[in-house]
Structures are given as C-alpha cells and as structure tokens.
Design a protein around this ligand. Structure first.
Ligand code: GLA
Length: 733
C-alpha cells in the first residue's frame, strides 16, 4: 500500500480534511461538507462501511456481520474469509458468490465471465480524463485501482468530494492490460450497499407534456429499477433516484439521492436482498450495450452524483442544486442573470415570414423581454414538421433577407437574437438525407417519429458536418442564444459505421458524439447561451446541464400543469436550470384559462420568458408583462443563488414554494390553490428555512413576525379564484 504521508503533504490541509487514509486499518474516509463516506480494504476486497452523517475516523470494523449465510459461496482458499454474498461492496463483480446484481460484467475471449477484483493501489489528488463526457468540476479525488485476479483487467474507482457541498461523485474506468480484447457487457458508474433498514424510493416519472412527477413507494424485496432505453434520458423516467429511510419527510429525516451526469440510456436500481441491505447502483443501461475493449484500451463510465441528507427531501434537493450550480453548470452561466426570452413557437408556430417576425420582435420589445428567439421553421424549406431537418440554411422563401434583418431589428430594440436548432436530426425530405441516407441510425425501412430520423453521431464525420453547418451561422455573430432541441428517440440501434458485433456500442457512442458537438460549439462560441430541450423536458439531466445552463422544462406551458412539473423537477435540479415562459390563455396544450398573474408567478420560478404573441395582449396585459419582467429582475438573484423550500405539494392540493437567500434575509413565496371549493376551510401554510430569531416582514400580508412564529404557526393561505396564485416578498433581519 502506498504511503499516504507523501500525498497529504502535497495537497495540504484541504486534502487531509476531505480524503484521509488510515493505513493501520486500511480504511478510507471521504468527508464532504457534513457527511462521511467510509470503506476499507479487507482481505483485498473493498468493504463499504458507512455513507451518512459525519463520523469519527474509527475504523468501524465492529460493524462486520456474519461472514456468510446458508448457500453463501466462499472465496477460494486463501482469498478471503467472508462471502461476497453478504459483504457490502464498493463495486460488485460477477460469478464470485455474490448473487446480487453485479456492477460490472466482462466476457473474455474464451467466454469466461467471472471476475474477482482485488485492491492494488490508490492515489489522492488525481484527475480523470473524461473526454467529452460531462462531469463535475474541481473537488478532491481519490482513485482506487483494483486488479481482476482472473484476467488482465484493471479497474479504477474514482471518488470526488468538495468541502462546500454534500455530494460525492463516483465513476469507474475499466482498463484492458492484456493482449486479447475483452467485451464489457455491463459497466455501472457506482455501487452503494446500504445497511439493513426499511427504505422507500422516490423517482421522477412522466411523459411528454407531463415530466418528472414524484412517486414514492416502499422498497420491497427484489429489485426496483428505473431506466430509459431510448438513447436519451427521457421524459418517461429521469436519471434520479432517492432512497428514504423510515420517517423521512420534506424537511426532516434521512435520505439519499443519486443522479447520473449522463443523458443517454440509463438504469438506476435499488435491490433489497436477503440481508435486508439495499444495493443501489446504475449507469449506462446494460440492455443492448456491449463494448469491445481492445488490448491497451480503457473505458470510462459516466459520473454519478451521490447525495446524503439529514434534512429530508428538501435538504437533498438543496444540496443537489448547490452541487449542480457550483460544480456542474458552466461557471460562466451558473449564477449569471439569464436573458428574458420571447420565443416564437407558441406565438406563430411555422406560420411566419419576415414581416411577421419583425412585428413579433417589436411586440417582444414591448413586453420587456431582452432576447427574441426564432424557433422551428426558419431553415431549408420547412413549412411544417415533414421536411428539412439537417439543412441548416435560411429558408429564403420565408425570410428573404435571411437572419440579418431580424438580428438588426433586435439590436434596434437593444435586444439579442436567438435561433432554434435540432442538430441530431434529419428529415427524410432533406438535402442532407438525399446526399447521405446512411448517416441516419438504422437501415430502411426505419421507424418514423415526427417524420424524422436520428443522425448517427457515433460517426465523427457526421458530427463534423453538423458542426460546420451550425458554426457557419454562429460565426455571423448575430446569434446570442441557441435552443438545442431533440424531438425523437433512437430506434433500430444500428450504425453503418460500426462492424457487426460492435453495434452494442452505438447508443453510448452516439451520446458521446452529442457531447462532442456540444463541447466544440460551447467552447468555440462561449458568448452564446445554449438552452437544452427535447420535446420540452425530455432530456433534463445533469449531463445536459454541464453544457447547457438551462433547459426548456416542458412543452406544457399551462400554469397549473407547470406548477406540478416544476415542483417535481425541483427534487433533483435547481430552479435556475428550468426555462419557464408565460404563454397564452386559453393554454394551447390543455385549453385551460388562467389569469395572467398566475402564469407570470409560475414562470418567475426559473429562467423566465414569454411563449406568446404580444399582439394578442391587451394594453393592461402588456403592462402586466412589463411589471413581471421588472419584478423578476429584482428577485432573480433568489432564483440563481437561493435555496428552495417546498411548502405544499400540488400533487396533494395546494402548491407553495419559498425561495430564500442563503443569508435567509430575502425570500419570495409563490403559491397556487387549484380549484375553488364552496364552503372551503381556512388552511395554514407553515414556512420553512427561516431563521427563528430574525424578524420577517411580509408586506403583501401586512405581517411582521419572528421567524419561529412563521415557521411554527404559519400564515393563512389566501382565498383565490380558480388557479389563482400569490407571490409575496419576504424581508428578514
Ligand atoms: C419541441 C420543443 C418546442 C418547439 C418545437 C418545435 O417540441 O419542445 O418548444 O421548439 O419542438 O418543433
């Protein structure tokens, strides 16, 4: 084992504080802001000991349980005295008597699949080469290298901690040190074996126009699994999973959260075994995944963020929000005021020409918006969704002067101009498809979806071509904002660029290609703000947030529906990551009518903007729009930097959230009360997060009261018309 003293001196006090190795007990301690993560090397195996509240560096060997249960297989003579079937592990291998789900499954040339990984060495203060894979920035990293005693494969397990947040990230690197190729059938990012307890799971499921509904269920024996096999993280299931210990609530109790820094097909699972312990793990979905690792090559898994909270789900969400803002989202944008956008989609859809857009821009200026974004329909000969994806040249029959006059009109109003792209797609009716039919994933006849195919980004020449097309337009300097959409999922899963036998690499190689393009464009055009989108919030994940600081939360812009979607999204992502626009009433997706103020209040809980035609607004509504923008600019620091407290769930009735500054002096409380009921009773809303000893003023209610009064006694919810909302500023000192 390496002498840690040398490393600790090199990395100073911080390293000593955050990553510590006790060489007498062969035990690692990783210490974030308020948690400890402890594991040790025992008879060569990595034995997980603790993830939770801060503990002393005491070895924890007394927690070793019985070495086996009936029907447990023991390691071969001389290679361990505990069955892997009962040992809590850091990364589980296959075929060694641990019958829980393995973290890694490798197949060698002769067909053998068993592996047994032993500790080889470790290093503190190292970095990892992620290529274009998104990952958290900074922190202190521990690398533990293991060696498969049955094959020429090495495994690096990476752990990173930060002193300013309660998140630890993990990923693995698999290295073929032999002379024959090895097939990776599964390579998860992490394995977290939690001790016996009764747990519940919380996942964020959904569909197009109804993303990220929280669902909480008791964890039964067997395996609870959430996944996407769509080639994208998806509307249907988000790559986030929480495990709640008994008694965990919104602001009290213990829970864990895992989220993948990955945007492709994924799996996250929680397996309750015969020991009553729970194995949580996940990463790239093993379905249809298979990677041939040649001699000398390595394979890097996506990163997973693991979070522990002793302040319930609210604490978990705040820690994840801090982690994403501090270490994942680009530092250039994470805390920067966001543009207030007027987007053309729900205003005019495909139906526009230059004159119509110029007057839309004039209208946008009257709302107080500072950026106009031209959505779908400006390129090729696109007049509807049947053609032209892939032909990223201006549709001159619609826009005779191209983009320049639109950008110029924006400049005249002191506004910026933005443009919609769908870089990963091609229409069958397009010049690109005619020239390169084999650039689409799969072979004809392909499944159709919105009349388009997915371009094969596993092929570097395809990524290069699309880069060239987009860069050509961005080089003009007219475009300050890009909305990057993705409106269908993968099918067929076959690439002409890959040999038979390696097609299982396609989905992961494709998303690596997407990241490569995102990296090149964001690096080459650093002043452009890229907003992510996938039929609304179909790719709302930490991987996308690494490149795109905000994401269009949902194609459903109805205020009542959005309150739910944004509430659900807040379990795992910061408010500043959610793009939220005021749209028309009646709403285009639900047909529901809501007051302008309700739409404005709900749209203020994120990166705000408009998704409507200002020409359809009355003078009074236009004034409300301007007032919305003024108020938003004042309270935007709370969206960007503040903490979120969920006070009431729209899935159970009323909706209320409080955004609170870190110093707890400024707050913004927004709520909605659904449908009016005759004879309704008065309902109290208890606040959260306030300092007990501060005196707070809520001017809208004429209340001046101590924090503890508002926390424990609360206020009354106002009586409002159907779908009415309230938004109150709170000042404390
Ligand atoms: C997706 C997006 C919408 C809009 C349309 C355009 O559905 O989520 O906001 O851009 O595509 O086709």
């Amino acid at each position: 084992m390496r002498d840690m003293g040398r490393f600790l001196q090199n990395f100073g006090e911080k390293t000593v504080k955050m990553i510590y190795f006790d060489k007498n007990r062969n035990t690692f301690y990783l210490e974030g802001k308020s948690f400890s993560y402890v594991f040790s090397v025992e008879e060569g195996y990595l034995h997980a000991r603790h993830f939770g509240g801060r503990v002393g560096r005491d070895g924890l060997t007394w927690l070793n349980g019985a070495p086996a249960m009936a029907f447990s297989a023991m390691p071969p003579a001389g290679e361990g005295s505990t069955s892997l079937d009962v040992m809590p592990q850091e990364y589980a291998s296959f075929g060694q008597g641990d019958y829980r789900t393995p973290s890694v499954l490798l197949e060698r040339e002769d067909g053998q699949t068993a592996s047994r990984f032993f500790y080889l060495s470790h290093e503190v203060g190292c970095t990892s080469d992620f290529g274009a894979l998104p990952h958290a920035r900074g922190g202190q990293t521990l690398k533990v290298t293991l060696k498969d005693v049955l094959s020429d494969v090495e495994l690096d397990l990476f752990y990173t901690v930060w002193e300013d947040c309660d998140v630890l990230t993990r990923h693995a690197v698999i290295r073929n040190t032999g002379s024959e190729p090895v097939t990776i059938c599964r390579a998860y990012s992490f394995c977290l074996d939690l001790p016996a307890d009764r747990y519940e799971t919380l996942c964020l499921h959904g569909h197009h126009c109804g993303e990220r509904s929280p669902e909480r269920t008791p964890l039964s024996h067997g395996t609870f699994r959430i996944e996407s096999a769509r080639g994208a993280s998806s509307h249907q299931m988000n790559p986030f999973l929480a495990l709640l210990r008994a008694g965990c609530g919104e602001e009290t109790g213990e829970c864990y959260g895992v989220e993948l820094v990955y945007s492709g097909s994924f799996v996250l699972s929680a397996e309750r075994s015969q020991t009553e312990g729970v194995r949580v793990q996940g990463g790239i979905n093993a379905l249809n995944f298979c990677w041939s690792l040649a001699a000398g090559e390595d394979f890097v898994t996506p990163e997973a963020a693991l979070c522990y909270s002793k302040e319930g789900l609210g604490g978990l969400s705040r820690s994840l929000a801090d982690f994403l803002r501090l270490h994942v989202i680009s530092p250039k944008w994470a805390f920067a005021p966001r543009p207030v956008v007027l987007n053309s989609w729900e205003a005019v859809y495909f139906d526009f020409d230059e004159a119509k857009l110029l007057s839309l821009i004039d209208g946008a200026a009257r709302t107080g918006a500072d950026t106009f974004v031209l959505d779908d329909g400006w390129f090729g000969c696109r007049g509807d969704d049947t053609t032209s994806l892939g032909d990223w040249r201006v549709n001159l029959s619609k826009l005779k002067g191209g983009i320049a006059p639109l950008a110029a009109r924006c400049r005249k109003h002191n506004m910026k101009f933005g443009l919609w792209f769908e870089p990963e797609m091609v229409s069958e009716k397009s010049e690109l498809y005619r020239a390169h039919p084999d650039w689409a994933i799969g072979a004809p006849p392909r499944c159709a979806c919105r009349n388009q195919y997915v371009l094969d980004f596993s092929r570097p020449e395809v990524v290069e071509y699309v880069y060239g097309q987009l860069a050509e337009i961005l080089k003009t300097g007219d475009v300050a904002y890009v909305k990057w959409d993705m409106n269908r999922h993968l099918t067929e899963f076959w690439s002409k660029g890959l040999p038979a036998g390696r097609q299982g690499e396609l989905a992961h190689r494709h998303i690596l290609g997407v990241y490569t393009l995102a990296r090149r464009l964001t690096e080459d055009f650093p002043e452009v703000l890229f907003e992510g989108c996938s039929g609304g919030g179909g790719r709302f994940d930490a991987g996308m947030l690494y490149y795109f600081p905000q994401i269009w939360t949902s194609d459903n812009t109805d205020a009542y529906a959005r309150a739910k979607i944004q509430y659900g999204t807040s379990f795992a992502y910061p408010m500043s990551a959610m793009s939220c626009h005021i749209s028309a009433s009646p709403n285009h997706q639900t047909g529901r009518s809501t007051p302008f103020s309700s739409r404005a209040h709900i749209a203020s809980l994120g990166a705000t903007g408009f998704e409507l035609n200002p020409a359809a607004l009355s003078e009074e509504e236009l004034e409300m729009a301007r007032e919305h923008v003024r108020t938003y600019r004042e309270m935007q620091p709370l969206v960007l930097q503040g903490d979120l407290y969920r006070l009431a769930s729209p899935f159970e009735g009323d909706f209320a959230v409080l955004l609170l500054s870190k110093d707890k002096r400024e707050g913004y409380l927004v709520g909605m009360c659904g449908l009016v009921e005759a004879g309704a009773y008065d309902r109290r809303l208890r606040l959260a997060g306030l300092r007990e000893d501060f005196v707070y003023e809520i001017p809208a209610l004429g209340i001046v009261a101590r924090g503890d009064t508002l926390l424990h006694a609360g206020v009354l919810l106002p009586r409002l018309p159907d779908f009415g909302t309230f938004a109150w500023r709170i000042h404390g000192k």
